[in-house]
Design a binder for this molecule. Structure first.
Ligand code: ACM
Length: 380
């Protein structure tokens, strides 16, 4: 018997983000986004008059620990719905648990696509919502010779496979491809910068994640390269990583994301006011935090309708849900359980914020299997 049948008892949900380890810089912001939304919902009276109670674990950025903690949440804590994971390897460690025990994982991170699970709601971008437009923009603006540098795990390798395909489709080429450990330090990027100098690509496409990100951009900066001519373009370098590397180091580099802190609009302005009141004016928001935030609100609306945490009852109420998020209106696509999101491209400025250089004319339907290659019309 699930908790929800006891009148007034809190709705317990799991939260698994890392506050320690190599991806803590970004996951800590996802934790904050999640807790901000839970507090907002509870302050407004909860769901069906009952508060949401998070059960929070820190997996220390170790993929296997996400799987173990997901199992603990479901078996020992009696939780069915959980919010969490940044890396694709951590998501892949949780999926067997939620599939076996029929839980629901809400995953607020961009990823490589080509996945479906009826036990996952994906609220970060799929490749057709970031890589597709980014590839075309980079070729038009900088040139078609790309150098790939990534962390050594599933997301960068798969994301690069897709970028290579898109690049070929657009008449471009990959002139070099290197992978570094997730624990890469500054010295690991020295030979890479040497190779970049020799090969002279038009773009460095980075799928480096976690603490290595700052080392990559610092290595580039130290090598004296010019982002106006040969930027680092990434899908994972957000305002959080820019803050940790220093805004002067990040300046001029390019990121594709559904959300940037710098977006105009009342929805984002009021989100920023609430977030910064809680965490301080010098705590930037970012796309992963924003997805972590809005997915809890989508969950709460669906729960209001289903009045049950049973995945079989809750999930149908989630599919087709729409929400006015800080990035604009988003919608959970019932076909894939992925979210229709905005496509945007930004260039980092001296303040550590992104200046918008492209945005889609409307939300872009999630197409995790890249079935359609159709581009939207370039704006701005
Ligand atoms: C990622 O591993 N999906 C960033």
């Amino acid at each position: 018997m699930l908790h929800e049948t006891r009148t007034g008892a809190p709705w317990r949900v799991g939260v698994i983000f890392s506050s320690t380890g190599i991806t803590a810089v970004i996951e800590e912001t996802q934790l904050r986004g999640t807790l901000t939304a839970i507090d907002e919902i509870n302050e407004a009276g909860g769901v069906c008059g009952r508060p949401i109670e998070p059960v929070i674990y820190d997996p220390g950025s170790e993929p296997a620990a996400y799987g173990r903690l997901a199992k603990r949440l479901m078996v020992e804590d009696g939780v069915t719905t959980m919010f969490g994971c940044y890396t694709s390897s951590s998501r892949k460690a949780v999926i067997p648990v939620v599939e076996r025990l029929n839980g629901l994982l809400w995953y607020p991170t961009l990823y490589e696509g080509f996945e479906f699970s009826s036990n996952v709601i994906y609220t970060g971008a799929a490749p057709n919502q970031n890589s597709l437009e980014l590839c075309a923009y980079l070729i038009e603006r900088y040139g078609s010779r790309f150098y790939f540098i990534g962390s050594n795990y599933v997301y960068p390798r798969e994301s690069n496979r897709i970028m290579r395909e898109l690049l070929r489709h657009n008449g471009g080429e990959v002139v070099g491809e290197r992978y570094v450990s997730l624990r890469a330090d500054r010295a690991d990027f020295l030979p890479i910068m040497k190779e970049v100098r020799e090969l002279q690509p038009d773009v460095i496409f980075s799928t480096v994640v976690g603490d290595g990100t700052a080392h990559l951009y610092q290595g580039y900066h130290d090598a004296g390269f010019d982002p106006k001519v040969m930027p680092i373009a990434s899908l994972t370098t957000t305002e959080a990583e820019i803050q940790s590397m220093g805004a002067d180091v990040g300046e001029g580099h390019v990121t594709a994301a559904p959300y940037f802190e710098s977006l105009s609009g009342d929805g984002n302005a009021s989100f920023l006011r609430r977030y910064k009141r809680r965490y301080g004016a010098d705590s930037p928001t970012n796309m992963c935090l924003e997805a972590a935030y809005f997915q809890v609100h989508i969950f709460a609306r669906a729960l209001e309708e289903s009045n049950s945490l049973d995945t079989e009852i809750l999930r149908p109420a989630v599919l087709s849900a729409e929400y006015e998020a800080p990035q604009g209106r988003v919608a959970v696509n019932p076909r894939y359980g992925h979210t229709d999101l905005w496509t945007r491209i930004g260039r980092a400025n001296r303040q550590g914020q992104f200046d918008l250089v492209y945005q889609s004319p409307s939300i872009v339907q999630a197409d995790p299997y890249l079935i359609g290659y159709g581009r939207t019309v370039a704006g701005l």
